[in-house]
Every structure is written in C-alpha cells, then in structure tokens.
Design a protein around this ligand. Structure first.
Ligand code: GAL
Length: 456
C-alpha cells in the first residue's frame, strides 16, 4: 500500500535524513478533541459559551462531544503508538483543572490528565503539554478575561499548579498556543471566543498575553525540574501583492502584526511598533518593569505554519491599511480552508526565526492541511494531504540541509477534530473520524507517516 502512495510524488526522504535527535510528532488541543464538556465538575470555558450561540460556528456545531478523547484516550494513544508516533502534543483545559479558573482544583480533571500522561509514558510516547490553547475559563472571562491585568495572577497560579501536578512526568511544555490568533480572532475580530471586538479589547489582551507567555515560562522553570519550556507562534510568509511601494509597505505592516508581535518582546526586542504605528498605543497598558518581564529565555520556540499570505494596500482597513488577497482570487492551489498550498512558506519562516538571536531550539509545532476526505470501502485515500505533507517536509529538509537550526516537526493533527469557527467540516487528521460513531480510520497520509517513522 505505502510504496505506490509514496511514489505518487518524488518524495525520497527518510526519517534518518533529519538526524537521530529530530523529533517527529502530532499536535492536538483540548477543546478540539476532548468532548465531555460538562463531565464531573468541569467548569465552562469561553469556547463552551461561544458555541452556544449557533451563529458563531459553521452549522451551529460545538465541541461538546468532539472526538470523545476524554473517554477514548487509551484507544487513541494506542493507535498513535501503532503508527510509530512517539511525541504527542496536547493541551490542558484550564477549566477542567480549575473549574472557576482560580481557587478550587478539580480532582476529576487532574485525574484525567494524570491518566493520559501515565498512559502515554507507558506506551513510550513523550507528552508535550500546552498550558493554554484558547479555552479560558468562562468565570475569568466574566471578569474581562485577557483584557484584565489580573490575568497575570490567574495565569501564574494556573501554571504553577500544572507544573507541580504533572511536572514530575511532563518535561516538555508550551506556555501559549498562537497568541496572535486568540487575541486577534477572539478580542479584535470577534470571530473566535469570547467574540470581543475592537482595539480597546485587542491591545490589552496582546499586552497581557505577552506578559503571561514569559511569566508562564518562569513559573514552569521554578517548579519543574529539568523542564524544556517553549511557547508557540502562528507564522506565514508574507508576500506583497505587487512591487509597488504601497503594497510593500502594507506587507511590512502585516508582517509586524502577524509574525513579529509576540516573538520580539519575548526576545527583548520590544513590540514592532516602528513598522506598525498603532502598536504604540500598547504603552497605555504598560507598567514600569513590563518591558523586562516580557522577556523569557525559552528552551525552544514552536512555530506553526500552514500557508503564506499575499498582502495589498487598502485605504479602507483602519490602522493596518493592508488587506489579504485571498488565495481563491489568486487562482492558486488551496486547501479546504482556502489557504494557499505554498510549501516554501515553511522554509521562509524557519530562516526568519533562525535570523533572530537568542532562540535556542526551533520546532515546527504544527503543520498540516484540510481537504475533502471520502470513505470508500472503509478506506480514506487522502492523496492531497499526503502530497501537501511531503512537500512541506521537503522544505523542512531543505532548511536543515542548509544548516538552519530546526529540531522537530509535529503534524496538525492526529484525528479529524473540531476546527473552531469552522466546526467539523475541515478535516485535518492523519486519522479520519466518523463523528457519529467515533470510529477512526487511518488515512493514506497516516499510513505513510507510520512507515516514514519506522526506525531505520
Ligand atoms: C492553528 C491552531 C489549531 C488548529 C490549526 C488548523 O492555528 O493552533 O488549533 O485549529 O490552526 O487550523
């Protein structure tokens, strides 16, 4: 089966080409897979609340059941093991561990993550844990969520608890998942939970997330022995639509916002407000000492890349004066998310991150694609995803061969799951999930990844 599949493209790389230390894994997130949204004393999260308004999500769907990972984690981890996957990235649901976001801890929630972690380890799978993948406890949102500076205390307490509870066995940590997306989509555009809009929500959220990203790192370092601590950023190659000056300038602004806003303050470079003036308004939320407290010496930086963005000048877009030129309009190959398939983007981003001083390790913590998947005679032959992954992995290899620093790669994602505002329509998994029966079918891409990961 695998040979004819692999030969669909000219992919001739092997795991050994990336070196024995290179990490290969899969990534997931709590709200997207767990389900069991109100089991035991789990508290409500902003995604539980946001999805109650059916207008917010494609077909009014929600993550109440998702992949039922809460009950099926053993089967999934065993499946992962059978696919030779040895590194599993998942996130902790804050409101499962601390139902109100602060104060009381939930024994049931803690037990669940203990079971998942222990089972991973028993199966020879290393857990990579994200503290925050977008599901803030609703009780904290009632107090302003990320716009309230008190989140510094709430988050620090949460991080310390997680480190103390699981740090004896979990050594690989990520503080935040893509702060640009949860502040931008959640607190500026209103397209993600909690559905807030405007600069007055966005700017304080950005500043507090920047502080929490460093603060979370410090908290984990204090309580977890021999921890390897990272955080993750969304990033895309930004190309100007034309060589006209104003498109180039527009692209620079978009790059400051989409790629540089969170990494640069953590490296001590401050916010990129020279290239995006509106960021100067962040000063309103800054207190003495913040500049220093935004910095943390992460053991690794996780970058997450799917596509590239083409940017054009636009008079009508406030502050940014730039807009995306959608892939469909450009008539380029796209995924089901309407994202351009553009493998070079991952190479570009690896190079850009290599150019920063002070990054220790660099890992691709997410890369993957959604395509239309069909079950035919019990099989899912997802050739488009397979060639997408191979093309991107080839670019990863090109970067490594050029001597760029890169230490690992995680596919987004293991099983198809709840894709936020897009509901269950975009399937990103290596494993197909029938959401009615919860039956998993390993897709052709999953079979290929399994074979690729066999130890030489
Ligand atoms: C990332 C996010 C994931 C997943 C993926 C695919 O931005 O971290 O949760 O949704 O995109 O869209």
């Amino acid at each position: 089966m695998t040979k004819p599949l692999a030969s669909l493209t000219d992919f001739d790389l092997h795991k050994r080409d990336f070196g024995p230390e290179f990490i290969w894994g899969v990534s997931t997130a709590a709200y997207q897979i767990e389900g069991a949204h109100d089991s035991n004393d789990k508290g409500e999260s902003i995604w539980d609340r946001f999805t109650l308004n059916t207008k917010n999500i494609h077909l009014g769907q929600n993550g109440q059941k998702a992949c039922d990972f809460y009950n099926r984690y053993k089967e999934d981890i065993l499946l992962m093991r059978s696919m030779n996957i040895r590194h599993f990235r998942f996130s902790l649901s804050w409101s499962r561990i601390m139902p109100d976001g602060q104060g009381t801890l939930s024994t049931a929630g803690i037990d669940f993550y203990n079971r998942v972690i222990d089972f991973c380890l028993a199966c020879g799978i290393t857990p990579w844990v994200t503290l925050y993948h977008w599901d803030l406890p609703q009780a904290l949102e009632e107090k302003g969520g990320w716009t309230n500076r008190d989140i510094l205390n709430w988050f620090e307490t949460y991080a310390i608890h997680c480190g103390q509870l699981f740090g004896d066995r979990v050594k690989h940590w990520m503080v935040l998942n893509e702060p640009m997306v949860f502040t931008g989509a959640g607190y500026f555009l209103g397209a993600h939970a909690p559905g807030k809009k405007g600069l007055s929500n966005f700017l304080p959220s950005v500043h507090h997330a920047t502080l929490c990203q460093a603060l979370g790192g410090r908290a984990l370092r204090k309580v977890v022995e021999n921890a390897c601590i990272g955080t993750t950023f969304s990033c895309s190659q930004i190309s100007p639509y034309s060589s006209r000056k104003r498109d180039i300038k527009a692209a620079k602004k978009a790059d400051a916002l989409l790629n540089r806003l969170f990494i640069e303050p953590s490296l001590g470079l401050g916010y990129p407000s020279k290239d995006l003036k509106v960021l100067k308004r962040l000063a309103k939320y800054q207190k003495p000492g913040d500049e220093k407290n935004m910095v943390f010496d992460f053991d690794f930086i996780g970058i997450q890349n799917y596509t590239r963005e083409v940017i054009k000048y636009s008079f009508t877009v406030p502050y940014l004066r730039s807009k995306l030129v959608h892939a469909t309009k450009r008539k380029v190959p796209t995924t089901l998310m309407d994202w351009e398939v553009y493998p070079k983007s991952i190479h570009t981003m690896i190079s850009k991150y290599n150019a920063y001083e002070g990054i220790n390790k660099l890992i691709i913590t997410e890369n993957g694609a959604a395509f239309e998947d069909k079950v035919v005679h019990g099989e899912v032959d997802d050739r488009l995803r397979l060639s997408y992954l191979q093309a991107y992995i080839k670019e990863v290899y090109r970067a490594k061969k050029e001597g760029l620093r890169l230490d690992g790669y995680f596919v987004w994602t293991f099983t198809d799951n709840f894709e936020w505002a897009e509901g269950y329509r975009p399937r990103f998994g290596l494993v197909y999930n029938d959401f009615d029966t919860q039956k998993r079918i390993v897709k052709s891409s999953g079979k290929w990844y399994k074979e690729f990961l066999v130890d030489p």
